[in-house]
Write a new protein. Structure first.
Length: 648
């Protein structure tokens, strides 16, 4: 009785024994040979799993490639140290004492919790598999209804108001509208500062007409906002207060606006580009598109680019009359240029600064068409005559600005997306457009642009690269275990890992974007790594079972196999949890962050962290059950489980 109690006590607290130097070296070498290959290949799998991000293009590559490169080089360095330095340090600091896993208080705590769960799962295997399938099936509707967008909206801390008025607006009227709107916006408590601009700067890269106004609104910190105020409510409040007849209001942010305009030529979230040969026909198609898109939920700030309505001062010289007064075309053009456009007379030098001296008529003489008609023209024979004697002066209509792309004229229908995901809004819009335009006139076609264009490009590229990466990982898994069955078991962990990511996206109301895709890609690599480690540990336990049964000349029974799986899985709880918790704890600061940039980083961390939780539960609970069923079938067929999966 005392001896039995002593044995149980040793099993409970673990037995520490002295080992000689030669045995210590052999233990380290055997462990390195048995587990070095799977660990090395798991690192290679994690590196390859990040490859799709490196093949992206545009702003998504510039944003996420540094993350992937940092992770890749860190993994390579860790793998090198694990293969070369770790065994040497283990031999040097183990001090000839072999301490069992159960002596570690942390391991003992997790083993105490996990062992009854693992025993119950190995007993009720079909129930466990049914529960796992139910969780997978429950996530399917969430995947189907998951919203999509190109990139998560980054809160820049400021807003950009872009009201657009009629093309023939005068400079003074555009200035008045801008000042009135800026004054109203400045009176809102959440606004810190307002800066407006009408027209374009003196540069060829800014093709904004006078009718387009840009107002940058710098907001106060959110701690100083009114209680319950959000950015969406703030935009609605400002939109209601600055409504002016003839002015269409659009909202965006300064940085993303410049990125959109440089990359796609569209200043809003989404735009429909209309290509054709005639501006009037393009504008007519744009007006019909506007009518079709009006009532779509989530579609706001709808605006058709004005292709007509620009006012031009048209001066046509009458050649016969000019010849009768002894004038040629250059003489009349010189008068028009000097009076209206201005002529540089000289340059004045003041210290190190130089200023051009320009001469033209005063503003009041250039704004009145009757005064323009009375511009004096000097002749040799008849003295001074008015300009109207040799030219017709009138105001004519024309396109305010001509845009061309791919050697064709282009018009655009612009809109933003708020309150819904971009993918759903654009899908509804495309259906409406297809219903409205069964067939466009010959020589005309439309193209969806803006951030949606970037979203489609990234999705198409990922749809090609990810299957190739999955195939490479499958090949590596086969060469790791030399078994299609074990590679398939590890691949099962991927959809189960995605369950946690999908449920977390639904809980946090995050749309699927390139950032979320990067999070799932990172999750995929870690999930496969955990599956590789668990299979390697279980194979090592099975190998020891077969060796012991061979020495004792005793057959392997189902109870022996179950006990081996229970021991192998239980003793590896700590290393697996260390792998998982290191990733989770490292990303907790990202999950709780609220500063600038957290909008982009959280969609990466959310599916990764919660997917790791479900992947860990699968590896610790479901994977041993599946692998136990397979090895039990081998036991029935061959009399013992196969142990050649991992070659040493």
């Amino acid at each position: 009785m005392t001896e039995r109690k002593t044995v149980k006590e040793k099993e409970r607290i673990g037995h520490t024994r002295e080992i000689p130097e030669s045995e210590r070296v052999s233990i380290i070498e055997a462990s390195s040979r048995a587990l070095g290959r799977p660990v090395f290949f798991s690192v290679i799998i994690m590196i390859i799993s990040f490859a799709p991000v490196l093949f992206l293009t545009g702003q998504e590559k510039k944003l996420f490639s540094p993350l992937v490169l940092t992770k890749t080089f860190s993994l390579l360095g860790a793998a090198f140290l694990a293969i070369t330095i770790a065994p040497m340090l283990t031999r040097s600091f183990m001090q000839c004492r072999l301490v069992p896993e159960s002596r570690n208080p942390v391991s003992r705590f997790f083993i105490t919790i996990y062992k009854p769960v693992a025993r119950w799962c190995l007993t009720w295997r079909k129930t466990v598999l049914a529960m796992c399938l139910a969780l997978v099936a429950g996530s399917v509707p969430l995947v189907i209804h998951l919203g999509t967008e190109f990139m998560p909206p980054l809160d820049e801390g400021s807003l950009l108001l872009m009201p657009v008025t009629l093309p023939d607006v005068s400079n003074s009227e555009a200035k008045r509208i801008m000042q009135l709107q800026d004054k109203i916006i400045k009176g809102i408590p959440e606004v810190d500062n307002v800066l407006g601009k009408a027209g374009r700067a003196y540069t060829a890269t800014d093709n904004a007409p006078v009718s387009m106004i840009e107002t940058i609104i710098v907001l106060k910190p959110k701690s100083k906002w009114r209680k319950g105020m959000t950015k969406e409510k703030l935009i609605r409040e400002m939109s209601d207060k600055i409504q002016i007849p003839g002015v269409v209001v659009g909202w965006t942010q300064p940085i993303i606006n410049r990125i959109n305009m440089l990359s796609t030529g569209i200043r809003t979230d989404v735009g429909v580009k209309i290509y054709g040969k005639d501006l009037d026909s393009i504008y007519d198609i744009g007006r019909k598109l506007e009518g079709a898109l009006k009532d779509i939920p989530g579609l706001v700030d709808l605006y058709v680019e004005q292709l007509t309505g620009g006012k031009y001062l048209d001066i046509r010289i009458r050649r016969p009359d000019a010849a009768r007064y002894g004038l040629n075309i250059d003489d009349v053009n010189m008068v028009i240029e000097s009076a209206l456009g201005g002529m540089n007379l000289t340059t004045t030098v003041e210290g190190r600064e130089r200023f051009s001296v320009n001469l033209r008529l005063a503003q009041e003489y250039r704004d009145d068409i009757d005064e323009i008609r009375r511009i004096p023209v000097q002749t040799m024979k008849y003295g001074v005559i008015p300009l109207s004697s040799v030219a017709d002066v009138e105001v004519a209509e024309g396109p305010p600005m001509i845009n061309s792309e791919n050697a064709m004229l282009r018009g655009t229908v612009l809109f933003n997306v708020r309150g819904r995901d971009m993918g759903s809004v654009v899908n509804d819009a495309r259906k409406k457009v297809e219903e409205t335009f069964r067939q466009l006139p010959q020589g005309y076609y439309i193209e969806w642009s803006g951030q949606y264009e970037n979203q489609e490009r990234a999705q198409q590229r990922l749809a090609v690269i990810i299957p190739v990466v999955l195939l490479l990982i499958a090949v590596i898994l086969y060469f790791t275990f030399h078994s299609f069955t074990e590679a398939a078991i590890i691949f099962i962990s991927v959809p189960v890992a995605l369950i946690g990511g999908v449920y977390s996206l639904y809980y946090y109301q995050v749309n699927f974007s390139v950032a979320v895709a990067v999070g799932f890609i990172a999750l995929f690599g870690v999930a496969v790594e955990m599956g590789v480690l668990m299979i390697a540990y279980l194979n090592d336990s099975i190998r020891k079972l077969v060796e012991e049964s061979g020495k004792m000349a005793a057959p392997v029974t189902r109870e022996d196999l179950k006990a081996t799986f229970l021991t192998g899985a239980t003793q590896r709880v700590r290393p697996l949890l260390m792998t998982v918790l290191a990733n989770i704890f490292g990303l907790i600061p990202v999950l709780v962050s609220t500063g600038t940039g957290s909008d982009v980083m959280k969609p990466i961390a959310i599916p990764f962290v919660f997917g790791l939780i479900t992947a860990t539960l699968f590896v610790l609970i479901v994977l041993p059950v599946i692998y136990h069923l397979i090895k039990e079938r081998e036991l029935k067929k061959y009399g013992r489980p196969a142990t050649v999966s991992v070659k040493t």
